[in-house]
Design a protein around this ligand. Sequence first.
Ligand SMILES: *[C@@H]1O[C@H](CO)[C@@H](O)[C@H](O)[C@H]1NC(C)=O
Ligand SMILES: *[C@@H]1O[C@H](CO)[C@@H](O)[C@H](O)[C@H]1NC(C)=O
Ligand SMILES: *[C@@H]1O[C@H](CO)[C@@H](O)[C@H](O)[C@H]1NC(C)=O
Ligand SMILES: *[C@@H]1O[C@H](CO)[C@@H](O)[C@H](O)[C@H]1NC(C)=O
Length: 418
Amino acid sequence: MELPPPLLISRKTSICNYLFLLLSLVVFLITYSSYLLPSSSSVTSLANLIWPNPKFAKKSKEKLPFAIGETKEVCNVFNGKWFWDEKRPLYEESECPYIQPQLTCQEHGRPDKDYQHWRWQPHGCSLPSFNATLMLETLRGKRMLFVGDSLNRGQYVSLVCLVHKIIPENAKSMKTVGSFDVFNIKDYNATIEFYWAPFLLESNSDNPGKHRIEERVVRKDSINTHGKYWKGADIIVFNTYLWWRSGFNFNILQGSFDDEVKDIVEVSTEEAYRMAMKSLLRWIKQNMDPKKTRVFFTSMSPSHERSIDWGGEPNKNCYNETKMIEDPNYWGSDSRKSIMQVISQEFGKSKMPISFLNITQLSSYRKDAHTTIYKKQWNKLTQEQLANPFSYADCFHWCLPGLQDTWNELLFTKLFYP
Ligand SMILES: *[C@@H]1O[C@H](CO)[C@@H](O)[C@H](O)[C@H]1NC(C)=O
Ligand SMILES: *[C@@H]1O[C@H](CO)[C@@H](O)[C@H](O)[C@H]1NC(C)=O
Ligand SMILES: *[C@@H]1O[C@H](CO)[C@@H](O)[C@H](O)[C@H]1NC(C)=O
Ligand SMILES: *[C@@H]1O[C@H](CO)[C@@H](O)[C@H](O)[C@H]1NC(C)=O
């Protein structure tokens, strides 16, 4: 019998070797992928839309409640550019009686209006226009709830302003009861509500009126303290960030606020925030029905407290800023990045579909959109403060109408065209 030429043998073995190597690689990847992926997942890897991972999101997309269409898969609506739009704002400040005096900038003397005229344009597609009729029809017999801090309250009020014009005067009302603000739409048997819980968990800052506390303490495993009031909501929009920023460490209460000797441990802000996210996800899993309800989470609202972050003069801030930041890569300097990482790590593990409103980047350009000094001042300003407006400018909150209307256009997009 003729032996095959040696060359062929060696080629065969080399193919076998390749196959073996390939197989080993596949086995290795399957075995260790769970270790490789989370650690290597940069904050950008979840740039788009819904958790859990895209595979599940795609499968469940059809079934997402309230959806009437979808956004092009390739389009990350949070990635885009601001364009000047003569037809904006979507409503006038004076037309919406619900805006809290903390956000009515024109009434408090803001001299410029340019900040009201910008429209967000994603790179890969266009946002559908906000349709108040569709929003109200969808809410018929339903309860929509915003839960979080004053920034979420701003977005809540913006949404109320966006829909209230088409509701007759005697068919709507706004009431504040305890931690709730409730906008009632009678003919629709619908409510749009806000619930004050700046940490989502129980804390020493939960009083909706008096919560200016220096030393903040959050109680571990306490999501039901507030969560029991959120049950039965059909659409929930959560946020929490601003209040966690109190330095490097954060106080976590292990027992109860009634304990005589309080058992408090200090952990890093990231660790504390992670704990809150875990509790939130557990609450969502236990209380929300993915077939009937929708959950949104709004990312960190950026602030503009230090001009040097965008190449301005030292010791200045957002006061007197009327133009946005042009650098598309601008991000700012606080702990937003590490918090974003915590969010994507924790939400990445969730099996519940949660729509993420990733407004951080698009808002970080908008140093022009803050309330600064044009708002109701809660304390009488001193001569010293008056002499230096930079010292008391609010660079956290946003004028309405303004930036937060865009957050609601994105909410609208994700609700109806996920
Ligand atoms: C949110 O958007 C920013 C900027 O586009 C991106 O860097 C970040 O990774 C996104 N976050 C998540 C969790 O997708
Ligand atoms: C708004 O939504 C309503 C209800 O779905 C629909 O009848 C109407 O055509 C929509 N308007 C626009 C301008 O798309
Ligand atoms: C109004 O909506 C609530 C749910 O939010 C529902 O329980 C109630 O039956 C509705 N009432 C009417 C009259 O439709
Ligand atoms: C505000 O900006 C204008 C124009 O950029 C400048 O002339 C003015 O001095 C600034 N005001 C303050 C208080 O910095």
